[in-house]
Write a new protein. Structure first.
Length: 210
């Protein structure tokens, strides 16, 4: 968290979150005030539009987090922590929870609030999509051996890692757009598998340090 907050990209990340929260607060206030347009509840596709917005916001947020908190950039620190006696599982879960929870907090509450204000329904996609993008991002960074080193010595995610991350996260968006109980269950299971995959890939990368 210290490494992340000190990065200059975090200011933009925080700014996006504040703007989304203000938009959600306005939408919720309009709904609770009883002055909102009732026809929005009957318009199809509001929840699907919300899922797409969450996906785009989460992709942008993941890119900003990866500037200072991607597994490749943190690999020397993680390896040093493991050699110093920290459990590799604890280190891995620290990275997973940091990225995943921050992305969920960025996209889930505001978009869910806006969708609720429009339709009266809280979308499950607002929670699953950011988490899937975060874990997919960790898998892509841990799996790809391509390194993009900046002038200051820091390393960012490569194009290959970004492509892998995006392809892993797209199925969750597709399942959320399908709707229905079976698709929701499949999205939850797939997200859980991504989380397990992120743990395994990052753990192996720390132990191999390649």
């Amino acid at each position: 968290m210290v490494n992340l907050v000190r990065d200059k990209s975090f200011a933009l990340f925080r700014g996006i979150g504040i703007c989304l929260l203000l938009s959600a607060a306005t939408a919720i206030g309009v709904r609770l005030g009883g002055v909102g347009p009732d026809f929005l509840r009957e318009v199809p596709g509001i929840q699907n539009a919300g899922a797409c917005i969450v996906f785009m916001v989460s992709v942008v947020g993941s890119e900003l987090l990866s500037k200072a908190n991607n597994p490749v950039g943190l690999l020397p620190q993680l390896r040093y922590g493991w050699e110093s006696g920290f459990g590799v599982r604890s280190l891995v879960w620290a990275v997973i929870m940091t990225q995943s929870l921050l992305l969920v907090l960025l996209g889930a509450p505001p978009i869910a609030g806006i969708v609720w204000a429009a339709t009266g329904v809280l979308p499950l996609a607002a929670l699953l999509i950011p988490w899937a993008i975060a874990t997919g991002n960790i898998i892509g960074n841990a799996y790809s051996k391509v390194k993009v080193r900046q002038a200051d010595g820091s390393m960012e995610m490569s194009l290959a890692a970004a492509f892998i991350s995006l392809m892993l996260a797209v199925p969750v968006l597709g399942l959320c757009l399908l709707g229905g109980v079976p698709a929701a269950i499949a999205a939850v299971v797939y997200t859980a598998l991504l989380t397990g995959g992120a743990k395994i890939c990052l753990q192996r990368r720390i132990l191999s340090q390649r």
